[in-house]
Write a protein that binds this ligand. Sequence first.
Ligand SMILES: *[C@@H]1O[C@H](CO)[C@@H](O)[C@H](O)[C@H]1NC(C)=O
Ligand SMILES: *[C@@H]1O[C@H](CO)[C@@H](O)[C@H](O)[C@H]1NC(C)=O
Ligand SMILES: *[C@@H]1O[C@H](CO)[C@@H](O)[C@H](O)[C@H]1NC(C)=O
Ligand SMILES: *[C@@H]1O[C@H](CO)[C@@H](O)[C@H](O)[C@H]1NC(C)=O
Ligand SMILES: *[C@@H]1O[C@H](CO)[C@@H](O)[C@H](O)[C@H]1NC(C)=O
Ligand SMILES: *[C@@H]1O[C@H](CO)[C@@H](O)[C@H](O)[C@H]1NC(C)=O
Ligand SMILES: *[C@@H]1O[C@H](CO)[C@@H](O)[C@H](O)[C@H]1NC(C)=O
Ligand SMILES: *[C@@H]1O[C@H](CO)[C@@H](O)[C@H](O)[C@H]1NC(C)=O
Ligand SMILES: *[C@@H]1O[C@H](CO)[C@@H](O)[C@H](O)[C@H]1NC(C)=O
Ligand SMILES: *[C@@H]1O[C@H](CO)[C@@H](O)[C@H](O)[C@H]1NC(C)=O
Ligand SMILES: *[C@@H]1O[C@H](CO)[C@@H](O)[C@H](O)[C@H]1NC(C)=O
Length: 568
Amino acid sequence: MRVARMMHLLSLLFCALLCQVTGLETIFGLYGEMVAIPCKTEANIQDDFILIKWIYYKDQQEVNLLVKKQKEEANVTAVGEYKDRVSMAANLSLLLADAKLTDQRTFKCMVVVGGDIKQHIVNLEIQKLPEAPFITEKAEALEIGKRTKLGTCFAKHANPAAKIVWLKNNKTLLSDGNRILINETVVKQPETQLSNVASTLHYSAEKKDTSAQFSCRAEHPLGVDLVSPPETFSITYSTENIALQVEDEDQLVEGSNMTLKCVADGNPPPTSFYFLLKGHMVKVENTNMYTIQDISRNNSGEYKCSLIDDPSKEGSRNVTVNFLDVKLNLDKTVIREAGGSLNISLDIDSSAKPTVSWTKGGVKLNQGPKNTNLAYSDAGFYELEVMLGPLRRKASFHLTVQGAPVIRNLHEQHDKDGNRKVLICEAEGSPKPAVSWNINGTLIDEKSFDNGTVTHKISVVPSANLSVTCIVSNSFGIATKVIDVSSLFEDVKVDKRDPAGDDDKTKLVVGVVVGLLVAAVVIGVAYWVYMKKSKQGSWKTGEKENGSSEEEKKLEEKAEENSQKADV
Ligand SMILES: *[C@@H]1O[C@H](CO)[C@@H](O)[C@H](O)[C@H]1NC(C)=O
Ligand SMILES: *[C@@H]1O[C@H](CO)[C@@H](O)[C@H](O)[C@H]1NC(C)=O
Ligand SMILES: *[C@@H]1O[C@H](CO)[C@@H](O)[C@H](O)[C@H]1NC(C)=O
Ligand SMILES: *[C@@H]1O[C@H](CO)[C@@H](O)[C@H](O)[C@H]1NC(C)=O
Ligand SMILES: *[C@@H]1O[C@H](CO)[C@@H](O)[C@H](O)[C@H]1NC(C)=O
Ligand SMILES: *[C@@H]1O[C@H](CO)[C@@H](O)[C@H](O)[C@H]1NC(C)=O
Ligand SMILES: *[C@@H]1O[C@H](CO)[C@@H](O)[C@H](O)[C@H]1NC(C)=O
Ligand SMILES: *[C@@H]1O[C@H](CO)[C@@H](O)[C@H](O)[C@H]1NC(C)=O
Ligand SMILES: *[C@@H]1O[C@H](CO)[C@@H](O)[C@H](O)[C@H]1NC(C)=O
Ligand SMILES: *[C@@H]1O[C@H](CO)[C@@H](O)[C@H](O)[C@H]1NC(C)=O
Ligand SMILES: *[C@@H]1O[C@H](CO)[C@@H](O)[C@H](O)[C@H]1NC(C)=O
């Protein structure tokens, strides 16, 4: 009986080894925790077993762990490492406390049920999540275009070893053999057999990586992904562009302060510069500005700035200090004689072509003041404005044109009621001329204008033909002009043009009748001419036509002359 049982056990062991080769059930346990290894035999053994025994394989040898008989306490038969860590659960599972990686081995339970012996073999694997990954050995800065070790990500104390994935802005970075190199090493801890993974990222940064977040993720079969806190890196690059700027350049005028600014890219930005001020070199530190106070026109010129450590990188600029000198030879009150010259001279010295504008009496002039042959009308208040950028210069003078008066016009007008005549004398002169007449008249009005014109109106009642003289005078001289004024009475006669002079009604009636007869004859002749023309047809000569039309013209002209005479 004992021998038979032994044989049976041996056959079972053989099967067990065979079964191991063909693949076993694997049980996963968590590191440091209690692991329950179930004894899964086909039958329900819980109540029927006589004896159950747990063993493990060490160097292909079976080693007993514990044994339990029905209705008895389990007896731990293990010695050494398992002595204090194994126990049996009520459901007959083997309980293994404080699981370690060295527990990853094959366990077997053997159950004696009735006359049968059943067994179950399991592989135990112990898993452990890594500790939270973190990045160390961080680069201080990443230089653009230069592959640098960015850092090392550690995922420690895991089984199996974690897999580390590098992330930039949550996107996976893959080694491309060039810009991105990722090198992973796995180190097993001698005591615990747990694996530490270190992954080093070598990275060649771009400008846009300035605020990129780098992190690493530890991936593990336990299914929980752990991500390191993100890290950002300052991206450095050397200066590529440098430029000299002048603050408010278009406002630069003499007496202002000129601030030069050297603008360079690069990270970190350069802090020291050379300013080349028209050949004179100045070094500035911890600023990129240089101010020249109270500039003048000879501060115009070429300015440069460059990097201290790389003077070949330089920016330059031609600076112009605006200036505007205006000299007008006329000032305050300018007195000139009529017909004389103003002799104006305007000297402008400026950094650029300015705009010049003139006004006379507040009205814009298209050109400057008239320079020669001055008229009284040229008198007035002239203002000059010269502008260049922010600069403005003004000058003004008051021109008085003096001279003996001249009479521009002397004529008569009929008064409305026909009882008087109005005489108008128009004179020019400065100072304003006094107007007088050689006859006694009634002053209607006198008007004087800015252009030196005086209009003097009197009314007279001439009883006979008169020669009337208008006399104008001022301190520069005197002028006279004569007009013949016929008596009002004779004017009426002239108007009637009746040689007989008598007011004969009969003659008037005869005149009307004769007039009517003449009109009838004219109409008849006109009709006859018209009929003759139409009979002549289309071959009449153009000359004739011209001739008749020319005659008509002459008639019209004669009529006009007559009517003009009547007006006088
Ligand atoms: C447990 O086993 C040991 C050694 O096999 C034995 O000495 C001991 O008596 C057993 N105890 C019980 C309670 O079975
Ligand atoms: C057996 O019992 C242990 C401890 O009570 C438990 O962890 C385990 O899940 C049980 N196994 C089965 C198969 O019920
Ligand atoms: C990355 O993902 C985490 C979690 O989803 C989120 O909080 C974080 O803002 C993301 N970072 C970036 C740069 O997108
Ligand atoms: C990767 O790591 C191993 C071990 O530290 C090292 O020998 C190898 O040179 C590394 N490769 C790179 C590209 O850094
Ligand atoms: C120029 O700078 C000096 C010193 O800062 C200051 O006193 C002066 O007012 C400035 N001049 C102008 C025109 O801004
Ligand atoms: C600028 O010009 C003035 C006269 O126009 C001269 O006196 C002065 O020395 C000049 N300054 C420089 C720096 O050339
Ligand atoms: C400044 O002017 C000089 C002479 O006219 C010229 O040679 C130089 O190129 C100019 N510099 C700049 C920055 O325009
Ligand atoms: C204006 O210039 C002319 C010629 O140069 C000169 O003869 C004349 O006297 C000058 N007149 C005045 C008012 O300066
Ligand atoms: C103008 O009237 C005054 C008196 O009113 C007289 O003495 C003078 O002779 C008159 N002159 C003429 C030209 O009629
Ligand atoms: C002067 O002004 C008056 C009124 O505007 C005008 O009638 C006259 O023709 C002007 N004379 C000259 C010489 O411009
Ligand atoms: C007055 O002048 C008109 C023409 O203007 C002339 O016909 C008339 O004879 C003159 N009368 C006297 C009295 O001279």
